[in-house]
Design a protein around this ligand. Structure first.
Ligand code: SAH
Length: 355
């Protein structure tokens, strides 16, 4: 036995509610002070120093030592010159790059698109993240730190993140536990306090996980990246479609559709999924499900070998869907000049030797 044993406690994440509560109790911080502390960090976006400043002296140093306030380092920023998008590059403690996108929507609201994994295993043919390969899942702290850091940056503009979409790098439902834990903290009134309807999870389409998410989070929105209602075409674009076929997805959507509309993402690719047959298949497939269809322009990137459907043809496709009675949004592309599509910034930075 050594004469002295140095007890090093593992860091408690600022997003770990139980761990923080235990620390509060151990340091005898009054509940109202603790509330001020959380308010300073989450609502006012004051960061570590600002949050610690509201604690009594003795507790301040313990919290400063034992609480991990940040697990990502902001490593790059690109502001669009054509619209209100800002792409943020973050580095994890073990040196991986991930990205988030701030979207300043015309209505004055601010949305944030965040990543759930480093890379992705899905390898969808149109997605730059798939070409990076897969490294690892993000922890819930890393998922949430993207929101906290974006809020701190946005403070200077008098904005805060109002909507969070899990539409960045990765497949959220292949990182289920961390994503679910993040959704809890995003909704928690003492933390980010975002109503479920302001949160959206976008998936390549994993039926069981979609239903599980819908059951656990009755108000959180779900988006399905459908991109084709023809099994063969979808399989060509998205290899995972072989495992989770259109019939299984349809069943899952029918269940989810009982409590909310399902967002359906439809990326339009010239000569691939924009023809008459594609329209008919889509109309049939979605006819009996409450959906909102987003028609998305393709963000091209070097080496992908695909071309986006021109704007007029996209509009015509969207109008036909509207005429058939669907809710449709013809999405314009935010941030195409800053490589805002999934994985594009990280890909570019890797090629440029960015660290
Ligand atoms: N894995 C999840 C979330 C990440 S992708 C999913 O598949 O939904 C987020 C959205 O961006 C998806 O709808 C995806 O199909 C779309 N996307 C990926 N690459 C794109 C590109 N190059 N241009 C436009 N949209 C793209």
């Amino acid at each position: 036995m050594p004469a002295f044993s140095i007890i090093t406690r593992p860091m408690i994440s600022i997003y770990d509610q139980q761990g923080l509560e235990a620390l509060r109790s151990r340091t005898a911080v009054q509940p109202h002070r603790f509330k001020l502390f959380r308010n300073a960090f989450f609502k006012k976006g004051l960061g570590k120093e600002g949050a610690l400043a509201v604690l009594p002296g003795a507790a301040r140093s313990v919290f400063g030592r034992e609480v991990g306030f940040q697990c990502l380092e902001l490593s790059g920023r690109r502001d669009s010159e054509t619209d209100g998008a800002t792409k943020l590059g973050f580095q994890t403690l073990d040196g991986h790059l991930i990205e988030s996108v701030i979207l300043r929507v015309k209505t004055g609201r601010t949305a944030l698109c965040i990543s759930s994994q480093v890379g992705c295993v899905c390898k969808c043919g149109f997605c730059a993240t798939g070409q990076l390969g897969f490294s690892r899942n993000l922890t819930y702290g890393e998922i949430l730190d993207q929101v906290a850091q974006a809020n701190r940056l946005l403070r200077a503009e008098g904005r805060t993140v109002r909507n969070v979409v899990l539409m960045g790098m990765g497949e959220p439902f292949q990182n289920l536990e961390n994503v679910f834990q993040s959704l809890e903290v995003l909704q928690d009134a003492t933390c980010f306090n975002l109503a479920g309807m302001r949160l959206m999870v976008s998936t390549v389409g994993i039926p069981d996980a979609m239903v599980q998410c819908a059951e656990r989070f009755p108000c959180v929105q779900l988006a399905l990246s459908l991109h084709s209602a023809r099994q063969q075409v979808r399989e060509k674009l998205m290899p995972l479609a072989r495992k989770y076929n259109l019939d299984a997805l349809h069943e899952a959507m029918a269940v989810i559709g009982r409590s909310r509309k399902v967002m359906v993402e439809y990326l339009m690719l010239e000569g691939v999924n924009d023809g008459d047959e594609d329209f008919q298949a889509l109309e049939n497939y979605l006819r009996d499900i409450p959906v909102h269809i987003n028609i998305i322009p393709f963000n091209e990137f070097e080496g992908c070998g695909l071309k986006g459907t021109p704007h007029l043809a996209r509009k015509a496709f969207a109008d036909r869907l509207k005429d058939a009675g669907f809710n449709v949004t013809l999405r314009y592309s935010l941030g195409s000049d800053i490589a805002a599509a999934c994985g594009q910034l990280v890909r570019r930075r890797m090629r440029e030797g960015f660290a």
